[in-house]
Write a protein that binds this ligand. Sequence first.
Ligand code: HEC
Length: 140
Amino acid sequence: MKKIYITLTLVLISLLACTKVEKKVTGNFTNPNGETELASFMKSIHDETVLAKNACINGEKYTFKTKEQTLFTSDAADPDKVASERYKIFGQAYLNALNTYKKASKTDLADSYNQMVGACENCHQALCPGPLVRVKKLYL
Ligand code: HEC
């Protein structure tokens, strides 16, 4: 009987731990969970990209609001990674793709949107593969 209680307690603890992790993942952008600045920046560009995807489906262009230079100024979980030459190159490639999207005409909209998601994917492939599944869902 005691063993069952111990098991139950352990299950309960791990469930509670899971809820905590879940909260961190879905937290808002005001950084209440001690996540890095770069992580909250990424969440907001991710969410804006979802809006851009929906706009694209309706043949419209979305206006990005997140300050793009934050890509280079945010504190990251791994500062060395973000200070690396590769990060700068991938980051600049993303900003270029974002600018192309901003200037795109209606006929180029879908193409330039997918190029922009490609730039997210390239950096993630090289430096931070964890969120790749979420990034790949952004393609049109
Ligand atoms: C120049 C490299 C680079 C580019 C470009 C980039 N990311 Fe990231 N991304 C990162 C790094 C590094 C992290 C980890 C941040 C940390 O933990 O401090 C990250 C984290 C994330 C996360 C996880 C955030 C969390 O919940 O902790 C998501 C989602 C994400 N990026 C989506 C995107 C999307 C969508 C784009 C394109 C619109 C994009 N990323 C472009 C490097 C990049």
